[in-house]
Design a protein around this ligand. Structure first.
Ligand SMILES: C[S@@+](CC[C@H](N)C(=O)[O-])C[C@H]1O[C@@H](n2cnc3c(N)ncnc32)[C@H](O)[C@@H]1O
Length: 315
């Protein structure tokens, strides 16, 4: 794990965002700071719990979808994955594509990304591996030229759900600018079943709580915050208009945290909003795609109707 001192640009940005979020009402910390090596390791364990259905449901769809996508994309492709994490799902695509040329893996969790790519490279010696430390909430300039061969973007794990509708449109516009002409395969969660959602986002064997509490632990480690982790509990809330699951860290008693020369006081019951998961029905997501300049080509829904994969194209 990388320990940053407050002098690095990353630590300075974390400190600035944390102070702004804790000063706001309602209070919030940006979800992108969930993702350091500890957070990524916890999420990888979450993926194999029974409660966290998106991974299992997406994996039931992916082999069949990958074969259809491979037939359209053809040989020599560069695959660009956003938020690649442990880079497990990409294996299904790399196995299906005819002679894939390059795999560009983008993630904000740099140490975890490098380790995942080192493992993948051993199993795919014919594919050039290009890990890129990037924040996809910002514009991204890739270190490779994508011209001259087919391009397939890949954004699994319903990470698009972290974006509200307007944020999703802006992300998809940025992705189009980065990928240029090509295809984009995106996993999207349309689930509306509240019990299922609360088990996945509130439970997952207590690992969801650990993932979100790690955000406070990370602030203590990296930017000198003094959160008392025992004074907060994690809570998932299902909300309407627009339909979403929110993650909160709720103070269980009056508590305070010093950060950057300020003292932030929390009353019992007050919460810090740490993440969103917006749920998009197939038509709603296709509308987002069209508004951002992508053409919907195909959508596949799993047999329980709780996960979808969308194939988009930009001309
Ligand atoms: C929900 S996990 C999904 C992981 C994996 N793609 C999967 O489907 O299981 C989200 C991934 O996106 C990465 N991530 C989150 N926010 C990011 C950002 N703003 N920029 C780049 N990567 C980000 C995290 O580090 C993590 O690996």
């Amino acid at each position: 794990m990388t320990t940053q001192n407050a002098e690095t640009p990353e630590a300075a940005a974390f400190l600035r965002d944390a102070r702004a979020g804790l000063s706001a009402r309602p209070r919030a910390l940006p979800g992108k700071y969930l993702w350091d090596e500890t957070g990524s390791t916890l999420f990888d364990r979450i993926c194999s719990t029974r409660d966290y259905y998106p991974t299992g449901r997406e994996m039931t769809l992916l082999p069949g979808v990958a074969a259809e996508v491979a037939a359209r994309v053809g040989p020599g492709a560069t695959v660009v994955e956003y938020g690649s994490g442990a880079s497990r799902k990409i294996r299904v695509l790399l196995d299906a594509l005819p002679q894939p040329a390059r795999y560009v893996a983008l993630d904000i969790s740099w140490d975890f990304l490098k380790a995942a790519i080192a493992r993948l490279a051993q199993d795919y010696p014919g594919v050039e591996m290009i890990p890129v430390h990037a924040d996809y909430s910002q514009p991204i300039a890739l270190p490779v030229d994508l011209a001259g061969g087919p391009v397939l973007g890949f954004f699994p794990g319903t990470s698009i759900s972290n974006f509200s509708g307007p944020q999703a449109v802006a992300f998809m516009e940025r992705a189009r600018a980065t990928l240029g002409t090509g295809w984009f395969l995106i996993g999207v969660d349309p689930t509306r079943d509240e019990d299922r959602l609360l088990r996945a986002y509130g439970g997952a064997d207590g690992l969801m709580a650990a993932l979100h509490l790690n955000l406070l632990a990370r602030a203590n480690r990296e930017i000198g915050a003094t959160f008392d982790l025992d004074a907060f509990r994690h809570e998932a809330r299902v909300l309407d208009d627009p339909f979403r699951v929110e993650a909160h860290l709720v103070a269980t008693r009056d508590t305070e945290c010093r950060l950057g020369g300020e003292v932030f006081r929390f009353s019992a019951g007050e919460s810090i909003h740490t993440d969103n998961s917006y749920k998009y029905a197939p038509e709603a997501f296709q509308e987002i795609a069209r508004r951002s300049g992508w053409t919907p080509e195909a959508v596949w829904l799993d047999e329980l109707g709780v996960f979808s994969l969308h194939l988009l194209r930009s001309a």
